[in-house]
Write a protein that binds this ligand. Sequence first.
Ligand code: NAP
Length: 289
Amino acid sequence: MMKAILLGASGQLGREWQRIINRDYSDEIALLSYTSSDLDITHYQEVSDEFRDQKPDVVINCAAFTDVDGAEDHKKLARKVNMEAPLYLAELSQQLEFKLVHYSTDYVFPGTKLNKREFPEGYPEDHPADPVNWYGKTKWEGEQAIRQTAENHLIIRVSWLCGQFGSNFVKTMIRLAQERDELQVVNDQWGSPAFAENVVRNCLTLLENGHRGTYHITSDGLITWYDLAREIFDQASMDVEIEPVDSDAFPTKAERPYFSKLCTHKIDEISGIEIIDWKEGLRKLLNRL
Ligand SMILES: NC(=O)c1ccc[n+]([C@@H]2O[C@H](COP(=O)([O-])OP(=O)(O)OC[C@H]3O[C@@H](n4cnc5c(N)ncnc54)[C@H](OP(=O)(O)O)[C@@H]3O)[C@@H](O)[C@H]2O)c1
């Protein structure tokens, strides 16, 4: 039986991990789940004591400072959660010999118009990072800290994460469509949604087969938020007018990349991995909402 510690258990991805392990893997994986109030990943002594007591085989770090605009105002805290704590987890991974699974983001990349033309299938894993906002910068630093410190790590970059739990674009669009007849949606940011269930199942395949290193997981397709909104309303048969607009219509504190598609060719070569079409991923998610 594999013993796994899950950090950030009340977040969107953390809750999906719990759902899938409890439902389908309870005979193979003993999961210990910690919300931020159970265990703050920046409280290093508590983290160390807990890990030394529990002796996990794997630590799955779903904890992160994910408020992209808030990170511009809370730079120290964002760096602490997204870089310093992951570095500490990596040091413990070396000392206590557990595998560290860590999540990162499409926002590590610069996302230029030129890159969109160069990489129509998305950024490959080894493309140089050059984040345009503080959140992306701290996530990149966190990745680097882990790469340089923990031999046995998996870093999974995801983009536009959407799942049953927590808040995300799909759930926001459905809520707004229930409140309004007309919506404006950004049509000049390109990428693809990663569906939480697909992310967790593919991570389990990587874990089962002992893979290490950095991988991208998202769905097939290259779309804008407007395309995604239109498909949500089509599939959910919701009657709402949507107007495509430029990002300028919604000024935000943090800059967003114009293009942040992640290429999934590397992971797709692994047996048992399923990269789903974005419309199919959406269909599965809407069935669960
Ligand atoms: N959401 C996206 O679109 C997206 C896109 C690309 C990459 N990612 C990455 O995917 C991963 C999972 O994202 P998500 O959407 O599941 O995030 P989320 O829903 O915001 O969850 C993050 C969790 O981290 C916890 N947390 C924050 N600070 C903590 C601390 N100091 N100690 C312990 N826990 C702490 C939060 O707890 P509280 O709620 O109690 O603070 C929350 O439960 C993250 O690494 C994120 O960077 C997400």
